[in-house]
Design a protein around this ligand. Structure first.
Ligand SMILES: NC(=O)c1ccc[n+]([C@@H]2O[C@H](COP(=O)([O-])OP(=O)(O)OC[C@H]3O[C@@H](n4cnc5c(N)ncnc54)[C@H](OP(=O)(O)O)[C@@H]3O)[C@@H](O)[C@H]2O)c1
Length: 279
């Protein structure tokens, strides 16, 4: 496929259209509106079969159009946010409307850029992998640029997804590993939070207090890694005094192979991601 000649997207007036008015689209759209990155009248979507999805978008001012075709026609940036099973049919149906003025973005897990570009007949594409904390403005998002996407396109999409968290760029070949880490990672941490709260209950704490303490502890520890820039091993050493309580707890974690288990979890999820979307 020939690279396409890109026309600059008008930064002050461009519109973003979501194809697939689901949970991920809603969390991105809400983030865009709440952060002031985009007013709601510049966000478009259409209901597929479930009217309550439309109500969710209308509740923060997003305009609903009668059909995805109208969404593509009226948008400068089209974000594909349907489930992987239906994306091919959806893209083939919308293909005639993908003029080269439009930037296409996919947040669909496990669907490769080369397939998306082929189905769409369009190489001005950016593949983005956000994760579920986008719903609370704390996504870890990675984006990869397609053949004809320009540097300005990349900056625009980084700004849009910056409204729901942090954004990195990476080669698409790393997306399976990224899925195994930041894609599945929230679930690993939910498990850890639940288990630590159980530990608190086992040690005599009321459930609600235990859950509150552990959630804030995870938030605080992550924030220390990000804000101090210190290596997590250093931060661990800083709180583990000789013969103290913390090192006694750490010793138990190490006996159970804590670090090896976490490493294996990421590698297993990355492997599974590769198996589910073979090249
Ligand atoms: N949730 C996450 O954290 C996350 C993270 C990374 C990537 N993703 C990706 O984001 C995508 C959406 O996930 P989600 O969690 O938002 O799923 P979801 O809530 O099920 O959203 C999918 C939406 O697509 C709509 N839809 C189905 N067929 C359609 C069609 N032919 N034309 C237009 N719209 C159609 C559905 O509408 P109806 O319900 O009305 O049929 C639904 O509202 C997935 O591909 C997933 O891989 C999600």
């Amino acid at each position: 496929m020939e690279p396409m000649e890109a026309t600059t997207i008008p930064t002050d007036t461009f519109k973003v259209g979501f194809i697939g008015a689901g949970k991920m689209a809603e969390s991105i759209a809400r983030g865009l509106v709440q952060s002031g990155v985009l007013p709601p009248h510049r966000i478009l979507t259409a209901v597929h079969s479930n009217p309550s999805r439309g109500t969710a978008f209308e509740s923060f001012g997003v305009k609903l159009l009668p059909h995805s075709i109208a969404v593509v026609e009226d948008s400068d940036v089209v974000i594909l946010s349907v489930k992987p099973q239906v994306v091919k049919d959806v893209v083939l149906q919308l293909k005639p409307k993908f003029s080269k003025k439009k930037l296409l973005v996919s947040v669909i897990a496990g669907v490769k850029m080369k397939d998306l570009q082929e189905w769409a007949g369009h190489t001005r594409f950016i593949r983005v992998m956000p994760n579920t904390p986008s719903a609370v403005g704390e996504a870890a998002t990675v984006m990869s640029m397609g053949g004809s996407a320009t540097e300005e396109d990349g900056e625009l999409i980084a700004k849009l997804f910056g409204a729901v968290g942090k954004v990195w760029r990476a080669d698409e070949k790393l997306f399976d590993a990224i899925g195994g880490l930041s894609g599945s990672g929230p679930a690993y941490i939910f498990l850890a939070i639940e288990a630590l709260a159980d530990g608190g209950v086992a040690a005599g704490l009321p459930r609600e207090l235990a859950l509150g303490l552990v959630s804030q502890t995870v938030l605080g520890a992550a924030s220390m890694v990000v804000k101090t820039g210190k290596h997590p091993g250093q931060l661990k050493d800083d709180v583990a005094s000789p013969g103290g309580t913390t090192i006694a707890g750490i010793q138990e974690l190490e006996k159970g192979g804590f670090r090896g288990i976490l490493m294996n979890a990421v590698v297993a999820a990355a492997k599974r991601s590769k198996e589910l979307s073979p090249s």
